[in-house]
Design a protein around this ligand. Sequence first.
Ligand code: G1P
Length: 302
Amino acid sequence: MTAQTTKRIRKAVFPVAGLGTRFLPATKTVPKEMLPIVDKPLIQYAVDEAVEAGCDTLVFVTNRYKHSVADYFDKAYELEQKLERAGKHEQLELIRNVLPPGVRAIFVTQSEALGLGHAVLCAKPVIGDEPFAVLLPDDLIWSRGDGALKQMADHAQATGGSVIAVQDVPPEQTGSYGIVATNTFDGQAGRITRIVEKPKPADAPSNLAVVGRYILDPSIFDLLETTGQGSGGEIQLTDAISSLLLHKPVEAFRFHGTRFDCGTHLGLIEATVRYALDHELFSEAARTLMQNALAEMGVLET
Ligand code: G1P
């Protein structure tokens, strides 16, 4: 641990401008970030994680079609009045706590889909000159203790640099992720020496893959401004991080928790099963109905 400390992060960026074509037809009218996992939309899980980590300014980078994300975080006066009149206080609390008191949402438009790096750059005017978080809501992280971003924020404060979440992936999957090489990985964290976006297995420097949680030094913005098209013809956050680590420390951090890739159908199904089985109200019933379904289909013997 060094004596250097980083300011606690207060701002979090949520790139939510993607078209979500993989989930058509559902995403024809509903953004993928609004698809529910049991009782909350995907975006709410990422927001809760950022708030838990201490963020009070949430920056959503959206496109002009995604009104429902902004509507979701806006105050719903009429609905609140109706619930109040009907004495439905529990439901009232649920919609009021979408954003806890003292937390504000800011919406920035990404006018062209030029890539994740470009989406993060769109948030520059709101972030200014302080370290900030980026959360990709597709990556849903379930954990029993502190959320992944809170774990990372603690680590960033202790080490004084940027921090990127990583997990091990099977070697044949490196082409779906940013992949890092570290010098002194102690099992949980290590300084990144190299980062490559979606390398073929033969070119991958390791099988430590970037998961969608980042704590970044604000100098990333200047680097993003000069980052050209990379993998897939897009402006990649990974490429700007590759420049960042030449002059600032960037740590890979293996968080405690399970990550579900809700950018895929199976990831979404897996997350739904996990959150249902862990839900304070539905846990037992969910277990029974899953067992019944498996038995009825002849998959599980009763
Ligand atoms: C993005 C990043 C990639 C990272 C991944 C994590 O890729 O570019 O480095 O590993 O998120 O989910 P995407 O999945 O948006 O193609």
